[in-house]
Write a protein that binds this ligand. Structure first.
Ligand code: ZN
Length: 347
C-alpha cells in the first residue's frame, strides 16, 4: 500500500513529505493504523540530527516482545532486545517497515507516525476511549509516559517528599505533574525560559526557578530547610544542569537523568554521592508498561490532575519542519502534527 510520510533522507536534512512510500504487508499479529495526529518528541529530532484500521481508536508506544525474561517479569522497557526492536529502523524480524522505490527507509520506535498509515504489532497499540480527542492523546505514548513514569514508577515519592524538575519541556512538565499527583509538598521547576516557568506554575509547580537569574542549587536548598530535594529529574541533558540536579539532592536523594543526550558529566564518587548517600539513575521510557500507564494517565487527565493538553499546539502535517523548529527553540512545548484533517473527535 502507498502512503504519505515525512522522510529524512540523510542526517540533518529537513523532513520531506513524500506520497509514494510503500508500507509493509501485515503479519497475523499486526494492526494497520490510520494516523490522526502525531506528537513530535526531542528523540525524533535527536535521530534526525544523527545523535542518537480498527473498530476503536488506539495510540502507539514502543515495542517489546513479551517473551524475554524481563518482559515476562512485567518490565517491557528493559526488554532484552529493546534497542534492536525500537531503534534499529526495521521491523522486529529485520524486514523493512517502509520502502521508497524498493529502497529501505528507517522507521522510528518500530512504527513511525509521521505518516498517513502505519503497520504495527498489536503490542505497540493501547486502546483509548472513543469519546476523547485522539489528536491530543498521541504524545502520551512517548514523552508524557516517560516523564510521568520516571516519577510514578521509578522514583515513587511518598506524600510529603520533595522533587525538583530541571527543564520544563513536555517530559519535565509530565514529571512535575506526577510529583504533584504523588503528594510532593515541594514541586520545584527549573528552566531558563520565563514563559515555560509560568506554565509550570499553572500546571502545579509550587516554585519556579530561573537558573539564569539565580543558582538553582542554592534556591532549592532555601526552599527545603537547607537540605535539598528528595528527588531530582533532569530532562535537559546539559552537563552543568545534570550536575546541579545531583547537587540539589538531600541526603539519601535520587536523581534521574533521562534526556536523550551524548553529553558526559564528571562527579566525585565520595563528595557528590557516597557521603550523602545519593543515587543517580537512568530510566528508559519511564519504566512504563504502556497498556497500564497510558490508561492511568488518561484517568488522571479526565480528573483534571494531568492537564497535558495545555502544552500542546497543533500544526499541519506539511508544517513539520516549522513544528520541529518551534520545539527546538522552546516556542512550542509539544507540537502535534494533524495528519488527518477530516478527523472529528468522538466519531
Ligand atoms: Zn522482551
Amino acid at each position: 500500500m502507498k502512503i504519505k510520510a515525512a522522510v529524512v533522507d540523510k542526517v540533518n536534512d529537513p523532513f520531506v513529505i513524500k506520497d509514494d512510500i510503500d508500507l509493509a504487508e501485515m503479519t497475523p499479529t499486526d494492526l494497520q493504523i490510520k494516523i490522526v495526529a502525531s506528537g513530535i518528541c526531542h528523540s525524533d529530532e535527536a535521530i534526525r540530527r544523527g545523535d542518537a484500521s480498527l473498530g476503536y481508536p488506539v495510540i502507539l508506544s514502543f515495542y517489546a516482545d513479551g517473551t524475554c525474561d524481563n518482559c515476562l517479569k512485567g518490565m517491557p522497557t528493559k526488554c532484552r532486545n529493546y534497542a534492536d526492536y525500537n531503534l534499529s529502523g526495521t521491523r522486529p524480524d529485520g524486514s523493512d517497515h517502509f520502502q521508497e522505490n524498493g529502497q529501505h527507509i528507517s522507521d522510528m520506535f518500530d512504527q513511525s507516525s509521521f505518516t498517513t498509515h502505519t503497520v504495527v504489532d498489536q503490542r505497540n497499540a493501547v486502546k483509548v476511549p472513543k469519546e476523547l480527542d485522539l489528536r491530543r492523546l498521541g504524545p502520551l505514548g512517548c514523552g508524557y509516559v516517560t516523564g510521568s513514569g520516571t516519577v510514578l514508577n521509578s522514583l515513587q515519592p511518598r506524600p510529603g517528599q520533595t522533587i525538583a524538575v530541571f527543564g520544563t519541556g513536555a517530559v519535565g512538565l509530565a514529571a512535575m505533574m506526577a510529583g504533584k499527583i504523588s503528594g510532593c509538598t515541594e514541586v520545584i521547576a527549573v528552566d531558563i525560559v520565563d514563559s515555560r516557568l509560568e506554565l509550570a506554575k499553572e500546571l502545579g509547580a509550587t516554585h519556579a526557578i530561573n537558573s539564569k537569574e539565580e543558582d538553582p542549587v542554592e534556591a532549592i536548598k532555601k526552599l527545603t530547610h537547607g537540605y535539598g530535594v528528595d528527588f531530582a529529574v533532569d530532562t535537559t541533558g546539559v552537563e552543568p544542569v545534570m550536575v546541579s540536579a545531583i547537587h540539589a539532592l538531600a541526603q539519601g536523594g535520587t536523581a534521574a537523568l533521562i534526556a536523550v543526550t551524548s553529553k558526559n558529566i564528571t562527579i566525585s564518587s565520595w563528595n557528590d554521592l557516597c557521603v550523602d548517600d545519593k543515587k543517580v539513575i537512568g530510566v528508559n521510557m519511564g519504566d512504563s508498561i504502556p497498556g497500564v500507564d497510558i490508561p492511568r494517565l488518561i484517568d488522571f487527565y479526565q480528573h483534571g490532575m494531568f492537564p497535558f493538553e495545555k502544552t500542546e499546539k497543533f500544526y499541519k502535517f506539511e508544517d513539520i519542519n516549522q513544528a520541529n523548529a518551534d520545539s527546538g527553540s522552546g516556542k512550542t512545548i509539544k507540537p502535534v502534527l494533524i495528519i488527518d484533517e477530516d478527523y472529528v473527535p468522538g466519531k
